[in-house]
Every structure is written in structure tokens, then in C-alpha cells.
Design a protein around this ligand. Structure first.
Ligand code: AMP
Ligand code: ZN
Length: 140
């Protein structure tokens, strides 16, 4: 994808502070960090969302997140981290090349947990929850 920022980083056409690279995956510092050490983990091949990732690529991306998260936390002496994907434009994804965020967190940093990302919590009955669970199971 010629006009994709992250494909251009993979190709070396845009500079990045790369912290990890192998044949399938790359990780680099976010250019506009939410915290020191904020790192993005991407597949090298262009896929827009998590839903588009082939199984083996998804496994490679998760393995890199699993490996890098403790390294990121240790490097900036963080107390924890939020590890998350903005999956699709409706969820706030701005760069349409799938990427996992590792955002280091610090005691009393004033931030919020992942529970804060959505709008108002829905008030769902037990029947509605049962129906949603069954629908998800059926969609797989
Ligand atoms: P998202 O909203 O999940 O698509 O996040 C995109 C992220 O990419 C943002 O946190 C940006 O700061 C980051 N970003 C955009 N351009 C670059 C770049 N050239 N190098 C590193 N990070 C970038
Ligand atoms: Zn791309």
C-alpha cells in the first residue's frame, strides 16, 4: 500500500525508532506518545484490521506483544500497561494498518482503564446477554 504510513515505515521510506523487527512483525515508538515508551506493534504486511489478519500473522503479532510488553515496561520503569487495538474507524483507528498499542502506565498517572473507551454502558437484561453470547458463538 503506497499511501500507508506504516507500510512506508516497513519499507524504510519513513523513519521510525524501531525496537524490534523480524520477518513478519515490526515494533517502533509511537511518534505522538501517550506515555514514555508508547510502542506500536504491526504486521509487516498490510492488513487493515485485526479481522483481516491471517491466523499465522495474528499469532506472530500477539507473540511480539507478549515478548515486548515486559521489555517496554522495564525500559521506562512502568507499573503496568494498557495493550490494545483500535479496531476499525468507529473504534478510533486512524492508521488503517493494524497495530497494537503498548501504553506504559504509572501509579497515579491520572489515566483511565480500558473500561473508559466506550460510550455510556448499555443496560442489558439477562435474556439479551444470553442472546448476544449465543450470537457470538454462532458467528465464529
Ligand atoms: P490509531 O488511532 O490506533 O490508528 O493510532 C495511530 C497511532 O499511530 C497514533 O498513536 C499516532 O501517534 C501513531 N503514528 C502516526 N504516524 C506515525 C509515525 N510516522 N511513526 C510512529 N507513530 C505514528
Ligand atoms: Zn500498510
Amino acid at each position: 500500500m503506497d499511501d500507508c504510513i506504516f507500510c512506508q515505515i516497513v519499507d524504510g521510506d519513513i523513519p521510525s525508532r524501531t525496537v524490534y523487527e523480524d520477518g513478519d512483525v515490526m515494533a517502533f515508538l509511537d511518534a505522538n506518545p501517550l506515555a514514555p515508551g508508547h510502542t506500536l506493534v504491526i504486521p509487516k504486511d498490510h492488513h487493515e484490521t485485526l479481522n483481516d489478519l491471517p491466523d499465522d500473522t495474528a499469532a506472530e503479532v500477539f507473540a511480539a506483544l507478549h515478548d515486548l510488553t515486559p521489555a517496554v515496561e522495564a525500559a521506562v520503569d512502568a507499573d503496568g500497561s494498557n495493550v490494545a487495538f483500535n479496531n476499525g474507524a468507529a473504534a478510533g483507528q486512524e492508521v488503517p494498518h493494524v497495530h497494537g498499542h503498548v501504553v506504559p502506565r504509572f501509579e497515579d498517572d491520572g489515566g483511565n482503564p480500558i473500561h473508559a473507551v466506550a460510550g455510556q454502558r448499555p443496560d442489558l437484561s439477562d435474556d439479551e446477554l444470553d442472546g448476544i453470547a449465543a450470537d457470538i458463538e454462532a458467528e465464529r
